[in-house]
Design a protein around this ligand. Sequence first.
Ligand SMILES: *Cc1c(COP(=O)(O)O)cnc(C)c1O
Length: 474
Amino acid sequence: MSASVANQIITPATTEPGHNLTTSVQQIDARHHLHPFTDTAALNRRGARVMVRGEGVYLWDSEGNKILDGMAGLWCVNLGYGRRELIDAAKTQLEELPYYNNFFQTTTAPAAVLAQEIASVTPGDLNHIFFANSGSEAVDTLMRMIRHYWTLEGQPQKTLLISRDNAYHGSTIGGTSLGGMTPMHRQGGPFLPDIEHIRQPYWYGEGDGLSEAEFGLKAAAALEERILQLGPERVAAFVGEPIQGAGGVIMPPAGYWQEIQRICRKYDILLAADEVICGFGRTGSWFGSQTLGIEPDLMSMAKGLSSGYMPISAVAVGDRVASSLIEKGGEFYHGFTYSGHPVAAAVAIANIRTMKQEKIVEYVADDIGPYFQQRLRQILAEHPLVGHIEGIGLIAGIALVKDRARRTFFAETGAAGQICRDHCFENNLIMRAVGDRMVLSPPLIISRDEVDELCQKVRTCFDLTLKSVREQGL
Ligand SMILES: *Cc1c(COP(=O)(O)O)cnc(C)c1O
């Protein structure tokens, strides 16, 4: 076990007598660190797990536990931990030019070349790239760009953005407003006006007794109804994740996106895909839009772009919007100090080139993706807790239910999921709970043996969860 960096920064001055590395970090953390999406008081009582090292699909904590990362960090460490190509790219760029910006008539080779590399893998005419640092910033960029576009086109009244319930688009004010997460909407508002939400295409949970195909059309029809209510002349764009990720990995029924796209075209409404999770091979194509047959006008991307090694995100803009921005727009008063940061860009270039060299997208599409989906179903589909498994490539959502035959959900949503997540934690498996849906998104370089290990570990944790759920009478 190596914890060399932690040992270097936890100096005698920061360590109180009688504490080891783990308790020292936990103590400092509890005193000063406000964690994202965390009940800080509850965490401080328990003490955070201290991660110290990673290699491939495994992580090690400060207690020497080897942990299988079924989430690729937060859906982002697509090439796995410890990749030399990415580490060397960062080191080289840091030594040569650690920072320069892309404002004021300046560029750097990494920013320019990364834009070219992204354009080489985006579908259609999505060939112009705007850089930011996080998914949320990419989404905010997309929102401003879409509204600005319509103003340039002489239709400044087209400001309404339509998204979906249970969509996740980040946690800035823009991303929170656009997203459809009710608990988030209860905190820190008021949020932005001119944002509308329609129902999500969650067939297993909200399918109204329809076939999947029928429900897909019904969920898409909600878009047309809303557009007509609002007036098409006021609607700027529909924005959606090809597959909802943080909402619990919701696979839309076949035909849903085709219908959404038809409706957008009919009323001349832009279509934007939030590819922050689906992008960069997750679903077996470079982008989820390709897997699901979407031809978006704009795409936001982030997580897989650098495999999470550096914070970087981007918006890919198609010809329609890009030519308007470039030819009619003059200066677009938007950007970030670190837009196209050279070190992050150098890492992202190495990430995309390594993905191409190792044919990672093909591996997910033809080999490990189908294998993962098949093994999940073989090992888990008959489990008494499992209602439904959905996903494609290396992303999956599993609905935990009270009674699988009757499709009865647990009365108190989230309790079973929480119990399951705690068993995973205890058993050195990282799997996330979204309510009572368990989600998986392992690194794309996972091997067949590691997929087997992952599915067996999930099964063990489901067995333990079933026992706990019965003991607690849930
Ligand atoms: C994670 C995520 C975001 C936000 O990305 P951050 O880097 O956390 O700001 C936005 N959209 C989608 C679809 C995401 O999954």
